[in-house]
Write a protein that binds this ligand. Structure first.
Ligand code: 48F
Length: 254
């Protein structure tokens, strides 16, 4: 087979432009490709919901790649083990109720599940703002290439419309904070001290719609609520992603 570089370029440009144009109006946008965002996107996709996952970094995986202090293993407790099984992630019981999995395998399998479920990934794209109109709902996102942001270039962004948005941006709760900064009725208390049991047991009650059209998942949910952090135990992240997907599906049904 003879290869033509221009055909290769055209294939990439045409396919990705089509994906970007499809993204301009989605049912659900998940912001952040860490464990909670990946779980949420995969489960939304499995429900047949048109979903885009936007990740500002080059690689998907957020804080899960590095495991605990760069030892690429994660711990998942009994309550969330069924999600490891559901996504086909191998694990070993360390002590009763404590399961250890490989962080790279977990990211890979969650990502594969989301891809299989039809989720479209946009990496290297930063959500820099949200759109809130007269109805007081988050109805869209303002996006730009991450390198534009990193280089401090004055390049105007583009926008997409989405019915539901999930802030899965981790400890910074970036999207919720944008709304707070602009005077929206939401208070981001910021995460509290490390206390794994408390943080993991409260995360589901903090996973909710915090502003019309905006749901929080994962560490962003705890950060908005002023709740504790938990370190390298990831059951709460997976369960929170699952809960966020349920809440978004219910909201889209209404
Ligand atoms: O931080 P992250 O992994 O969030 P998470 O799903 O999981 C937290 C755990 O990794 C861990 C923990 C629990 O065990 O304490 O830290 O809550 O992933 C968040 C992702 O969001 C991306 C960011 O690059 C990361 O990959 N992100 C943050 N802000 C933006 C963004 C933004 N404005 N636009 C796009 N992506």
């Amino acid at each position: 087979m003879r290869l033509n570089e221009v055909t290769i370029s055209r294939a990439i440009l045409e396919e990705q432009h089509r994906a970007l144009i499809d993204l301009l109006e989605v049912d659900a946008a998940v912001i952040g490709g860490g464990p909670s965002g990946l779980t949420c996107a995969a489960l939304l996709g499995k429900r047949g919901i048109r979903c885009a996952l936007i990740e500002k970094k080059l690689s998907i995986g957020g804080g899960m790649w590095g495991g605990g202090m760069m030892f690429p293993r994660i711990v998942v407790q009994e309550e969330a083990r069924r999600l490891l099984d559901r996504f086909g992630v191998a694990c070993r019981e360390f002590e009763e109720g404590y399961y250890v999995a490989k962080s790279v395998e977990t990211v890979a399998k969650l990502t594969a599940a989301a891809c299989d479920a039809g989720v479209e990934f946009f990496n290297l794209v930063t959500v820099e703002d949200v759109m809130v109109r007269g109805d007081g709902r988050v109805g869209g996102l303002v996006i730009n290439w991450t390198p534009v942001d990193m280089a401090g270039l004055h390049v105007d962004p583009l926008t997409i419309a989405c019915t539901c948005t999930v802030d899965a941006t981790g400890h910074d709760a970036t999207i919720a904070r944008m709304i707070e900064r602009k005077g929206g009725n939401i208070q981001v208390k910021g995460e509290s001290f490390m206390w794994a049991e408390r943080a993991e047991s409260r995360i589901l009650e903090h996973t909710k719609e915090v502003y019309p059209g905006l749901f929080v998942a994962g560490m962003a949910a705890n950060a908005v609520a002023g709740e504790c952090r938990m370190g390298p135990i990831f059951g709460g992240m997976l369960l929170s992603g699952e809960r966020a997907a349920e809440l978004v599906a219910e909201a889209l049904d209404r």
